[in-house]
Write a protein that binds this ligand. Structure first.
Ligand SMILES: Cc1ncc(COP(=O)(O)O)c(C=O)c1O
Length: 392
């Protein structure tokens, strides 16, 4: 008997009247993590100048202190959870910011190419297009079907699209609309064989899958902690291979320019550091609940939801288990259409009439429900969605 399911809602601030199948979108931090964040804020407000100017980052006023900067201590704790060293990891607000740092630091020249996939996240692809158009470079998009069943198809598609002008490959670890878990380590191996740098967008990965950052073999890796790792918004990590750290700059330049990777990213103007400083407490809670148990529960129920909903709706779910983390994308019956406007309409109906929150992707010919499973969900939530769609 699992201890997870609806009773776990007590640990989250979520409205119990809503069937929340959308944990992947903006996360939902547990109450205990929010309390830790509030305690940090309270401590900051006792002596704000002291905390933010003397204790927070490597750039500080006053005489040098023996204690490490608070952000470095938090970074080391978070890094250890993901098999990394603190000095190779910085906090950024979100995956979008991390991606912008990487893209805007690239030494591109006219004719260079950035490879993205059709499964990529729109905001990140936008950032690639923006940088490319400033430098006379090109964005090449390799088409990968959201209905892809096996990891080998993804490896072959990306490998076939790498070319002599490719200066960067951007590959999602867990794609957004399609929810597909992609074989990034294998793709990284192919990139390395051709000396092509790879940036992995792992926005959904930390907490959702077991993650050893250096083992992936990427050059840069960004991951949100505010989705599946239970940290408060806005918390993401950017891991960078040591040889590339000196050339990387945050999208907003501040006091730390050219003073080293962590110094530069840790102080980007005045900001509220409480979400980042609370991140270790989020990972501690995840470990307390059992990070493996949480992942296994979410994965198993997500996969079960994929098969069960497709059966209920008379559609097809053929994604292999190897491509599922804690979300699945299930095609909806053809009568719902396939456009973005039809997706938006159905999403509203589900929320405002059925009290079910989930992401719906428009695949053009079809809509697909992206069902995200967190420990507060159980099969009854999945069936509630199944029935709500079936009766429409
Ligand atoms: C694959 C992917 N990349 C990037 C992002 C952007 O994350 P954020 O809004 O935290 O920057 C998301 C958000 O869902 C995503 O799914």
């Amino acid at each position: 008997m699992t201890r997870f399911g609806r009773s776990m809602l007590q640990h989250f601030a979520l409205d119990p009247a809503i069937t929340y199948l959308n944990h992947g979108t903006v996360g939902a931090p547990p109450r205990r993590v929010l309390a830790v964040q509030q305690a940090i804020r309270d401590e900051i407000e006792l002596q704000p100048s002291r905390y933010l100017l003397r204790e927070l980052s490597e750039i500080r006023v006053g005489a040098p202190r023996a204690e490490p900067p608070r952000l470095r201590t938090a970074a080391a704790e978070v890094a250890a959870f993901f098999g990394a060293r603190g000095e190779d990891l910085v906090f950024v607000d979100n995956a979008t910011t991390g991606a912008n740092a990487v893209l805007r630091s690239l030494p591109l020249v006219p004719g260079d190419e950035i490879l993205v996939t059709s499964l990529g996240y729109g905001a990140i692809t936008n950032a690639a297009r923006y940088v490319a158009r400033q430098r006379g470079a090109l964005v090449r998009e390799v088409a990968i079907s959201p209905a892809t069943e096996r990891p080998e198809e993804v490896i072959a598609a990306i490998d076939g699209a790498l070319g002599p002008r490719t200066r960067l490959a951007i590959v999602d670890h867990i794609a957004s609309d399609s929810a597909l878990l992609l074989p990034v380590a294998e793709v990284a191996t192919r990139c390395r064989a051709r000396d092509i740098p790879i940036f992995v967008d792992g926005a959904h990965a930390p907490g959702a899958i077991a993650l050893d950052l250096p083992a992936i073999g990427a050059d840069w890796y960004v991951g949100n902690l505010h989705k599946w790792a239970w940290a408060p918004r806005s918390t993401a990590i950017l891991w960078v291979r040591p040889e590339l750290q000196a050339a990387l700059h945050p999208p907003v330049i501040s006091w730390g320019l050219d003073q080293g990777f962590t110094t530069e990213f840790d102080l980007v103007g005045t900001r509220d550091p409480s979400p980042w400083l609370a991140a270790p407490a989020a990972l501690e809670l995840l470990a307390e609940f059992g990070a493996d148990e949480v992942r296994t529960y979410n994965h198993d129920l997500a996969f079960q939801a994929g098969e069960r909903l497709a059966k209920r709706w008379g559609t097809e779910f053929r994604t292999s288990r190897a491509m599922v983390a804690s979300m699945v994308s299930v095609p909806l019956p053809a009568r719902f259409g396939g456009t973005a406007a039809e997706a938006a309409r159905l999403r509203d109906l589900l929320l405002f009439e059925d009290r079910i929150e989930l992401h719906i992707a428009a695949r053009g010919d079809r809509l697909a429900a992206r069902v995200a499973i967190q420990i507060y969900n159980d099969l009854a939530d999945v069936d509630r969605l199944g029935e709500a769609i079936a009766r429409r």
